[in-house]
Design a binder for this molecule. Sequence first.
Ligand code: ZN
Length: 389
Amino acid sequence: MICRKFIGVTLLLFFLQMQLLFAQDSIPSYIITTGKLPQLAYSSGEDRLGSAKMGYIDTSVVMKVIDTVKNLYKVQLSALHYAFIEKTYTQPFFDTMLSTALCESWRVKGGDEFDSVTFSLSGRVPYKSWMEINPSRIKIELYNVQSNTNWITQLTSAKAVKNVWYEQIENDVLQITIELVKQQHYGYSIGYNGKSLLLKIRRLPAGIRNMTIAIDAGHGGTNLGASGTTSGIIEKNYTLLFAKELQKILKKQKIKVLMVRETDTTIDNKDRVLWAQQNNPDIFISFHLNSSGRDYIRGASTYYKHIAFRSFSQSILKRLLQIKNLDEFGNIGSFNFQPIQPTDYPGCLVEVAFLSNEEDEKMILDPKFRYNVAYQVYLGIKDWIKEWK
Ligand SMILES: [Zn+2]
């Protein structure tokens, strides 16, 4: 009996050990970011919009893996900070012991369309950036970094940047503040150029006539979206009609327009972002039609991701609510929807009305209403530029 028990326990231990070895084998110690638009998330939480995003991160950034949760790696950013990243945006990284990088000198200068700030680093490190309002600031947190920033060169050509400074807030976290001249943010992009981190801050063009406006008709192709309760109309077809109305109005005003799609094609939300980042619009508007399980819910709503772009979505909603019989559903913030995720330009998602509500649906079917919506969106854009120029 004793002998059998002993064999049983030994076997059990052996299996446990094998499992542990196998598990260790399947999780790399370090990963390097790769692919198009890798992004960090705050949590592994999942709803229909996915986990709350911390922001995009560049490729070739090495991070230590501390755990694995479903399709995500939990990665160490610094001694006290961690994040989650989808495994598909990583590759195992074998050859290193991760050492703390140094942040060296900075340079602030102005160009034709952008101001730029360059941060010299001894290696690519994970970062997070965000916008603050009142006062308007861009904040960057660099992880696994110590400051050796002994000078910051600032040229008079810089027009959007007022002041820059840093604080080493933790032993291995450097917090950078970029104070802006204007109260309103117009967008910024961030990424590596070699080992240097490059921040480009957009300046708003002189007026709406000098702008490029990107219009995104939601869904398309195999992605149908919602459908009308009584008519059965499909969201993808009607978002395109609203988008084309706005295109017509803007073209008439001689404003440059970029359409994400003009036909019934399937475009992944990530590809919409990549397209927009490549085409560099000044503003991004996405049209959708809402739907709810409760058929009495109706009205227009606008959505923003970044607090700095709230004023833009408010301007559009304000004008939409001037349309007769169009109720208010609201202005919705921190909206975790990929096409309005970039910080590169002010983005606004417009949910015109509810396909699940009979009265709203009737309006959506009316060409006059679609023209009115597009025209009010145009006025909303104009108001916002006038207010924040
Ligand atoms: Zn939609």
